[in-house]
Design a protein around this ligand. Structure first.
Ligand code: PLP
Length: 403
């Protein structure tokens, strides 16, 4: 293997010259990936413990998904929604069945699914609930992450995401996450929906107190509101169940899905709900040139089929228990707190020791890819194909870095 010592630096400076600086990536240049592993341009291998923020749940280039997408590449990739194509019905039917709902509105990115959910909730509020025109409000939680469009950053509580992007979209009411009484107090005659993440990913894998999701469900039922669950990061197997809401046996009115739905190959997102809610959208009122395209449907269909047997969910639960068992002893040894569900953990590093960024740079040198969030938290979300031994490698590396 030829080692080009300066290849990484060269490519990073080339990237920085011509790419807007809207990210601050770790200094590694990846060129290949298989399963839970990626290789950089110098030929070094890394265990991927971020999995593209859970978009790579089934591993890099999962062969089942790659085969489905490759076969579709040989047929047709894009028709627009001006015409029918032969994969849309099968894909939406299977995704609806997976959720127990009956309608799917396909989009591309997560932020688009969130925007779609907001539009549906407002229209439902006016047409079904009878809220006076232009007065609908949606309750959201602080610490949320739902994407970066203007309307979504309008209700972000993260200064970096929000500052200097006004004027902001009105109609959102922020309450503390995990606090059901505060949410109950915030409901008024204009409220049409509650939009929350069942576990807050970007915030650092923040798990709400037990009973919170079912209390939100009860409040929505009692006050005639839609419960919109943003499962873009938490959904599709990550937490040990198909959806994170299942932990409390809660069924939201709308699921927002994305990330892993595209199998790590193409962006695929969707809003899933019943016809009494999603049915408020009629031709011309919402759409996307690429939403529901044949290639996306081929990837999405492969993902949904893989989730049907429950094997991936069970694997996430088992591996997650192992990960937690291994992380717990680090508390008090450079780690302040560990939390998570399934194969998804937030690790709070002692800020006196180092920042999350510094910890991730040190992990990188150990051959482990992870990403910091909010100063001193590291999020661990490896692909579900990772083995227990590989989890041990990652945790041992973290222990070394913190020593
Ligand atoms: C990533 C994410 C989004 C936004 O998805 P994009 O595809 O980046 O637009 C929305 N909600 C949650 C919970 C996410 O994790």
């Amino acid at each position: 293997m030829t080692i080009h010592a300066n290849r990484t630096d060269e490519l990073i400076s080339l990237t920085e010259q011509s790419t807007a600086h809207n990210y601050h990536p770790l200094p590694v240049v990846i060129t290949e990936g298989t399963g839970a592993w990626v290789t950089d341009v110098e030929g070094r291998q890394y265990l991927d413990c971020l999995a593209a923020y859970s978009a790579i749940n089934f591993g890099h280039r999962n062969p089942v998904i790659v085969d489905a997408v490759r076969a579709q590449l040989e047929r047709i990739t894009l028709t627009s929604r001006a015409f029918h194509h032969d994969l849309l019905g099968p894909f939406t039917g299977q995704l609806a069945a997976l959720t127990g709902k009956n309608l799917v509105l396909p989009m591309n990115t997560g932020a688009e699914a969130v925007e779609t959910g907001i539009k549906v909730a407002r229209k439902w509020g006016y047409e079904v609930k009878g809220v006076p025109e232009d007065s609908a409000t949606i309750i959201v939680a602080d610490g949320n992450f739902h994407g970066r469009t203007i309307s979504i950053v309008s209700f972000s509580t993260d200064d970096a995401a929000r500052t200097h992007f006004g004027p902001y979209t009105p109609g959102f009411h922020v309450v503390p996450y995990g606090d059901a009484p505060a949410l109950a107090d915030a409901i008024d005659d204009t409220t049409v929906a509650v939009l929350i993440e069942p576990i807050q990913g970007e915030a650092g894998v923040v798990v709400p107190p037990d009973g919170y999701l079912s209390r939100v469900r009860q409040l929505c039922d009692a006050r005639g509101l839609l419960f919109i669950a943003d499962e873009i990061q938490s959904g599709l197997g990550r937490t040990g169940t198909t959806f994170a809401c299942e932990y409390e046996n809660v069924v939201p009115d709308l699921y927002l899905l994305g990330k892993a739905l595209g199998g790590g190959i193409v962006p695929v997102s969707a809003v899933v709900g019943d016809a009494d809610v999603l049915g408020v959208i009629h031709p011309g009122e919402h759409g996307s040139t690429f939403g529901g395209n044949p290639l996306a449907c081929a990837a999405g269909q492969a993902v949904v089929e893989m989730l049907h047997t429950g094997e991936w969910q069970a694997r996430a639960a088992e591996l997650g228990a192992h990960l937690m068992d291994r992380l717990q002893p680090l508390v008090g040894r450079g780690v302040h707190d560990v939390r998570g569900r399934g194969l998804w953990a937030g690790v709070d590093i002692d800020p006196a020791l180092m920042t999350g960024r510094e910890a991730c740079e040190a992990l990188l040198a150990e051959g482990i890819l992870a990403k910091d969030t909010h100063g001193s938290t590291i999020r661990l979300a490896p692909p579900l194909v990772i083995t227990p031994e590989e989890i041990d490698m990652a945790v041992d590396a973290l222990a070394r870095v913190l020593r």
